[in-house]
Design a binder for this molecule. Sequence first.
Ligand SMILES: [Zn+2]
Length: 253
Amino acid sequence: MIDSHAHLAMIEAEARPGVLARAAAAGVTTILVPATGPADLDAVAGLAAEGEGRIVGAVGVHPHEAGRCDAECRRRVERLLQAPGIVALGEIGLDYHYDLSAREDQRRVFAWHLALAREHGVPVVLHHREAWADFLAALDAVPGVRGVAHSFTEGAAGVEEMARRGLWVGISGMVTFRRADNVRAAAREAAPGRLLVETDAPYLAPVPHRGKPNEPAYVRLVLEEVARIRGVDAGALERETDAAFAALFLAGR
Ligand SMILES: [Zn+2]
């Protein structure tokens, strides 16, 4: 079982051994750790370098941090893309809900990452919130980039848009939230080979841990809920999502 999105770099170093032990005990074999910006790029690279394939990383600048993505930061991202255990660019995208960076900066930095992904042939980890039209437009401007739209909330129609672009969809613990019918619709509709599960730890802890710190071990709760929604056996879904992850992030490495 794979947690395709967990911010281990945001979990305190002293807490990490326990978090990783509980993940292993829950059957988690691989964790993808995305970076969010200049502050955690090196921490993510360090975790990936020492992860022995069980922890892999993505380097990039989250839309919240786009205003801090200067030339030096872009050089660091480009250099770290070659570092051991780094399998993707991310997390990158657009977030007009919090608007923590100017939208113009967000669009420019997102476009830069997508062009870099295409140039190097690496997959991307995508974040989007309340920016759907601009998000699709940015993707369409750089066709052929492979990646996952993580913690997907856009429902069945959104899944269709992602499928048309050859993109994967990541389902988080939100799928267990009472009001998240849009997430459940996405979980139901995604094609088997294009579906990933994730925790987005330390955020978005699934029921019954909602409101508490999230951790990769809880990806089992996400997997079981998605299996229930799809009416399939959890073991079969585990094999499918593991294979979908490997096809996106580990092929050719
Ligand atoms: Zn994230």
